[in-house]
Design a protein around this ligand. Structure first.
Ligand SMILES: NC(=O)c1ccc[n+]([C@@H]2O[C@H](COP(=O)([O-])OP(=O)(O)OC[C@H]3O[C@@H](n4cnc5c(N)ncnc54)[C@H](OP(=O)(O)O)[C@@H]3O)[C@@H](O)[C@H]2O)c1
Length: 326
């Protein structure tokens, strides 16, 4: 089959289409014929040699696909060949075929295109798990979503708004903040021009926010803790601002704050299956009733994966960069 291969880690141009052996589905897995995949930040790190796939996962970049079920491994009985599915992957998405644990599959909502469906799994599952299961965000609470214009951000805004939370976002331009408002954000903060701690306090009558979904890590930790209301929860899912910093435990004690940090990719299949199950039950119907929609910035052919990586690294995208696979 054809797949994007990287012989030497580096800039986007190290990615090129090559021939690799077809995957064979193991027990409990399904072979999917990929029709579209999508780009995630982690893909750009993997391409540079900074984020190896977890043990046992495909070496091919790509953490999500939409496509047709082509074959079933032993012990899989809930889907059939030809079914339209979208999948969360530990790797292997930038390819014509991928083997996926059956619990990581979801049915594509009726009438949805392959390229829209491929924009859903990684960012919507990440946002759903971290906002609700980890962050325990409830209706009537206020959430601050950093990087609101990104793939995870655009999914998180919609999910939090749909759940009845008040949504504040940070983004790096007026145009991105406007797109965030169109998706359901109630307040926007330009992180290049404004202090998000002071602004989020202004926007909550001085109280602070209940939950923060953070993609920056170390560079935002102190300010994130400062922006939280009593009993607030900081959920760190990205480390674009580094990994190591000091932490004020006194502030955490006084305000009863929690800091959680997690990644979806490295979790065991059973945990991913549970993340998918919760999302399917709670949120998937939102794509049919119009309360949720995939946000696709642009679609490029798989052979142009390098251009898509460049666009993400330049911060051009609002929502997802999707790659179509013929
Ligand atoms: N833990 C997990 O399981 C998991 C899963 C998926 C993704 N992630 C992580 O989540 C992050 C987002 O991923 P993605 O695929 O959505 O990437 P993306 O589409 O590139 O989104 C990242 C966004 O962050 C914004 N940003 C950059 N610097 C910022 C700052 N100082 N303050 C606020 N926003 C800033 C960027 O644009 P602007 O600066 O122009 O606003 C961009 O919109 C990445 O760090 C990724 O590794 C984690």
């Amino acid at each position: 089959m054809r797949a994007i291969v990287v012989e030497t880690p580096g800039d986007p141009e190290v990615m090129h289409l090559g021939e690799v052996p077809d995957p064979i589905p193991d027990r409990g897995e399904v072979l999917v014929r990929t029709r579209a995949t999508a780009v995630n930040r982690a893909d750009t790190l993997q391409r540079r040699g900074l984020y190896p796939p977890p043990p046992g996962a495909s070496e091919i970049i790509g953490m999500e696909v939409a496509g047709e079920v082509e074959a079933l491994g032993e012990g899989v009985d809930w889907c059939h060949t030809g079914d339209r599915v979208m999948a969360l992957l530990a790797g292997g998405g930038y390819a014509e075929r991928v083997a996926v644990p059956a619990g990581q599959l979801m049915r594509v909502p009726d009438g949805m295109s392959w390229t829209d469906a491929a924009a859903i799994p990684e960012v919507f599952l990440t946002a759903h798990d971290n906002l609700f299961t980890r962050g325990r965000l409830g209706a009537g609470e206020t959430v601050l979503i950093h990087g609101g214009g990104g793939g995870v951000g655009t999914a998180a805004i919609q999910l939090a708004h749909r759940a009845g939370a008040r949504v504040l976002v940070t983004a790096g331009s007026a145009a991105k903040l406007q797109r965030c408002r169109e998706l359901g954000a109630d307040g926007g903060i330009n992180h290049r021009e404004e202090d998000f701690v002071a602004r989020s306090r202004d926007l909550t009558d001085g109280r602070g926010v209940d939950v923060i979904l953070d993609v920056m890590g170390a560079s935002y930790l102190a300010r994130n803790l400062d922006a939280l209301a009593p009993d607030g929860r900081l959920v760190v899912i990205g480390l674009m601002g580094g990994t190591i910093t000091d932490i004020d435990l006194g502030l955490m004690l006084r305000r009863r704050l929690s800091v959680l940090a997690t990644t979806l990719r490295g979790r065991p299949v059973e945990q991913k299956t549970e993340v998918v199950r919760r999302f399917v039950e709670d949120a998937l119907p939102g794509f049919a009733d119009g309360s949720l929609r995939p946000v696709v910035d642009r679609v490029l052919p798989l052979a142009e994966a390098a251009a898509a990586h460049r666009a993400m690294e330049n911060g051009e995208n609002v929502g997802k960069l999707v790659l179509s696979v013929d």
